[in-house]
Design a protein around this ligand. Sequence first.
Ligand SMILES: O=C(O)C(=O)C[C@H](O)[C@H](O)COP(=O)(O)O
Length: 218
Amino acid sequence: MTAPAAPSSPPPTPSVLDLAPVIPVVVLDDAADAVPLARALVAGGLPAIEVTLRTDAALDAIRAIAAEVPEAVVGAGTVLTPEQVRATADAGARFLVSPGSTERLVDAMQASELPFLPGVSTVSETLALLERGVAELKFFPAEAAGGVTFLKAMAAPLPGARFCPTGGISLATAPDYLALPNVGCVGGSWMLPADALAEKDWARVERLSAKAAAVRPA
Ligand SMILES: O=C(O)C(=O)C[C@H](O)[C@H](O)COP(=O)(O)O
């Protein structure tokens, strides 16, 4: 008798930190821009896209990207409340990012079963999340909270934590972050200049995204 075939399991979802070296952080005023913007980011080589919930257009933007740009992995940023966790999951967000962490918010993000990056900026916040088994984190606001020096210092006592630093990072500084052993990727908005968005200059967004996607550890 032959052994029954092992049930095929779906491929594991890669960690959010390993999707791309750079996660663009998008603030959209008009949901109609979401699809061309996402296509430009993907064409440039940045498939993981964080749409922040800072504007009224955000949920519609997430919905549109999820439906119309299958090559993108769209996530929700600036998630502040359990209600927003539910709303963004319903809209099709495939990962969640918050600028900080509260018990209530982390409970909700864990319950969503979506990958999530809760925000931290201190050793104690990082330790509290490690105690809960959450080891992939957003370090925010990266430059203001101590930048590369701070993250380097955290790697020694807390080697289990891995970060996506975000906040004030540029094409010039990203390589220094990516060279750290506890950094998986960086977040930033430098490939989305306000004037390019205002002019709907998607070709420029694509060119800047290609430069961001080519960033390598220093
Ligand atoms: O809203 C959030 O949750 C944020 O992540 C805040 C900022 O939008 C990002 O930190 C991007 O920062 P910059 O690259 O400095 O523009």
